[in-house]
Ligand binder design. Structure first.
Ligand code: ADP
Length: 342
């Protein structure tokens, strides 16, 4: 057990250094403590608030005054200067005083509303427009006989509309991550993500009689990050390995820890990638002009998304290949300390 002096020093350090605003009132309702973070977000002088009643110190911030004056657990939105927004919680203290913790959520709110606006725009405008193009193309086809060229052009219209439909959501998703959408920060066991991605692709692999060989080190390497997004990285690499490789081959996924890093490789004995394309393939919408690739439907976004996600986790991703003999994709992430997670 830490002694009382250590605890109070630790409290002092935390109180003064955390990003969330904290303010405490005594049993008489007067402000006894307030941290620099709160003074900062409220644009007030810390010293002038101490010893005041909340209504006098934070006159215009009704939400914050409520948190410090109402009884029981309270939650409020607080309008901050410069059109910023915070949420706060308030609680009773055993001595009859109150404590309020305030978090500035302006960026998060902005981000959420931007994403909603984007998704709405896609759902209503783009998707409907594309639906209309396909619909009218179908109608024209039913209007009567067409010559061969007209039929060919109409087929192209339909194919292009379908392609646009396929590409919109991944493009928006990519734009969203590139715009800095927050990622989760939780311990992820890479082995579990690999098994999940393999599970999602098992039907596709079975259709081509492709075997997926998995080898992960025990205990499983752990990284801190967004498990859903990292699983998407593994999925995209494996999906490519399966769709571009010939039938009846084995695709290998390997994950292991090396020093401070976790390494994951996906190797296939497929067509391979020419040396001058090894970096280009990570560019948005880039697809090789190789025959073996052109015959396979795709949008050229999977690797761009994978690279963006890996880089946002502080890692790196690259491809190695012997053209005509296969490819190996490797991504590296900073590892979390294994002993922390058992
Ligand atoms: P998509 O697969 O939809 O085209 P990606 O961004 O996933 O988009 O891949 C970009 C390009 O990289 C592919 O079009 C292909 O030219 C090349 N590529 C990716 N993975 C492989 C692989 N395993 N073997 C050969 N080429 C690949």
């Amino acid at each position: 057990m830490a002694d009382e002096t250590s605890l109070s020093i630790a409290f002092e350090v935390l109180f003064n250094s955390i990003n969330n605003g904290v303010v405490i009132t005594g049993p008489d309702g007067l402000i006894t403590q307030m941290n620099p973070a709160l003074a900062g977000v409220l644009s007030v002088a810390l010293r002038e608030c101490l010893g005041q009643k909340p209504a006098a110190a934070f006159a215009k911030r009704h939400g914050l005054v409520d948190l410090l004056t109402k009884k029981g657990e309270q939650e409020r939105q607080i309008m901050l200067p410069k059109r910023r927004l915070a949420v706060g919680i308030g609680m009773d203290l055993p001595d009859g005083g109150r404590i309020a913790v305030v978090q500035d959520i302006t960026e998060k709110e902005d981000l959420d509303s931007r994403r909603e606006a984007l998704v709405d725009a896609i759902a209503h405008d783009l998707k409907n427009t594309i639906g209309a193009i396909s619909g009218f193309a179908d109608l024209v086809a039913k209007m009567g006989d067409m010559n061969e060229q007209q039929e060919r052009f109409l087929k192209r219209v339909r194919e292009t509309a379908n392609h646009l439909d396929d590409v919109i959501l991944p493009l928006v998703d990519l734009a969203w991550i590139e715009a800095g959408m927050p990622l989760r920060h939780e311990p992820c066991r890479l082995g579990i993500l690999i098994h999940r991605a393999v599970g999602e692709l098992s039907n596709l692999a079975r259709e081509k009689a492709i075997t997926i060989a998995i080898s992960t080190q025990e205990p499983m390497p752990v990284v801190m990050g967004d498990s859903e997004r990292l699983q998407q990285v593994v999925y995209n690499l494996l999906h490519n390995a399966i769709i571009y490789a010939p039938p009846e081959v084995t695709v290998a996924v390997h994950a292991y820890q090396q020093g401070p890093e976790v390494i994951c490789t996906v190797a296939d004995p497929g067509p391979g990638i020419k040396a001058d394309e090894l970096d280009l393939i990570f560019t948005r919408m880039y697809r090789s002009s190789d025959e073996s690739v052109r015959g396979v439907p795709g949008n050229g976004l999977g690797l761009t998304l994978a690279r963006t996600v890996v880089q946002r986790h502080g890692g790196a991703i690259w491809a190695e290949s012997e053209y005509g003999r296969g490819s190996t994709f490797t991504f590296v992430l900073p590892s979390a300390r294994l002993d922390e997670f058992g």
